[in-house]
Design a binder for this molecule. Structure first.
Ligand code: CP3
Length: 366
């Protein structure tokens, strides 16, 4: 199978600006304001596109993910169609629990199902230690192929789940609304929880470093369930492990974005996390965070923001989407480098016209 058998042959949008997407993205990640904000979308790969659905017909999500040629193709699809400045590799955060020995399935209508779930210290002790080059070989090859295809024109992003979010799936066994199993474990068995988070932090750090070595220009740490903990509990159970992961990546010279979903109450910790940049959820007030960042002048604070348009705004009429993009750009007002993005992942049934309006509106800012 070759990589060229699916999708559109030509980018829909031809760039005329002096910078290419990768240059624009890398400049923003270094804290520089450029001709216009670079643009990509969380969960842009494998959600909305008819060309993705065509590939998925007859293949499971895990089959697509484990085949480097197909995973690379799915990664490139939104870049070709919309002319985005960054590609995010098609994979999933749950590859880490799977490499630690949990069985992982994706069930239509239910989402991920993992098992056996963790219940005590013995379960944590029995977890395997992943070896990145062996356990994620398919992902590292997909990154290398994608980097070659992008030919320096578009930035390539890797990612991983943060320990709290991964622990949630490993203890709950899947998605949840209440997080009672997770919290019973954290609050009732804090030592076993610390041991689990320790292992997860090591595994996530190894994974991110391997992705950077395989060609990712930057990585993003997704803490989807950050907002479920109070600021005090987040500092106790989750943030030290995020900081450890971030420090490892940065010591290796890597760039890392931190996404704390529903994390407005965690922003002081996020500012002090050591991350290169913060990906903001749509509930965050952008002006407030810019002002707080301005109070941290010691050079260690994040120097770029990413986000934070409500993903559901892409269901609005195109003119309203354009207006929201212009308003967000005006709010940032050149005070900090900004990567235009959504405040969470693209919804699977987002109209393509909404996505097009979003990307076009960003390009019109130049
Ligand atoms: O961003 C991208 O486009 C790259 C690929 C990517 C996937 N998952 C592919 C995927 C990324 C970055 C993720 C991250 C991820 N996975 C997160 C963090 C980001 C977020 O959305 O909050 C989380 C919590 C997961 C766990 C997960 N994986 C869930 C809850 C589900 C089921 C529901 C869903 O999101 O679609 C998955 C499956 C999954 N991961 C799919 C894809 C394309 C759908 C699988 C299918 O087609 O059935």
């Amino acid at each position: 199978m070759t990589e060229r058998t699916f999708g559109l042959a030509q980018p829909r949008y031809l760039e005329s600006a002096s910078m290419n997407g990768r240059e624009r993205m890398l400049a923003a990640l270094k804290g520089k304001t450029v001709d216009r904000p670079p643009v990509w979308m969380m969960r842009q790969a494998g959600r909305t596109l008819p060309e993705y659905r065509a590939i998925r017909a007859g293949r499971s999500f895990l089959e697509v993910m484990h085949d480097p040629a197909i995973a690379s193709e799915v990664t490139l699809q939104p870049v070709r169609r919309f002319g985005l400045d960054a590609a995010i590799i098609f994979c999933d955060i749950l590859i880490v629990p799977a490499a630690m020995g949990l069985n992982l399935e994706f069930i239509k209508g239910t989402g991920p199902v993992l098992g056996p779930v963790l219940r005590d210290a013995a379960d944590v002790a029995a977890l395997k230690t992943p070896v990145a080059e062996r356990d994620y070989a398919y992902l590292l090859e997909a990154l290398a192929r994608t980097k070659e295809e992008l030919a320096g024109q578009t930035a390539l992003l890797g990612f991983a789940g943060a320990p709290l979010t991964l622990a949630s799936y490993m203890i709950e066994g899947g998605s949840t609304r209440t997080f009672t199993e997770l919290k019973s474990f954290l609050f009732g068995q804090p030592e076993a929880a610390a041991e689990l988070f320790d292992k997860l932090a090591d595994a996530v750090g190894d994974l991110l470093l391997a992705q950077l070595a395989a060609g990712a220009d930057a990585v993003q740490l997704f803490d989807t369930w950050a907002g479920e903990l109070s600021a005090e509990d987040y500092e106790r159970f989750a943030m030290p492990y995020n900081r450890r992961i971030i420090a490892r990546v940065r010591q290796a010279g890597g760039t890392i974005m931190l996404f704390l979903r529903n994390g407005a109450h965690l922003m002081d910790a996020a500012i002090e996390s050591g991350a290169s940049g913060l990906a903001l959820d749509w509930r965050m007030d952008v002006d407030t965070i810019i002002q707080r960042l301005a109070e941290h002048q010691d050079g260690s604070a994040p120097n770029v923001l990413q986000g934070n348009l409500d993903p559901a705004a892409l269901f609005a009429p195109p003119e309203q989407i354009r207006e929201r993009v212009r308003r967000l750009h005006a709010t940032v007002d050149g005070r900090i480098a900004h990567i235009m993005n959504l405040g969470h992942g693209l919804h699977p049934n987002t109209p393509l016209t909404g996505i097009e309006a979003f990307v076009e509106a960003v390009k019109e800012l130049g």
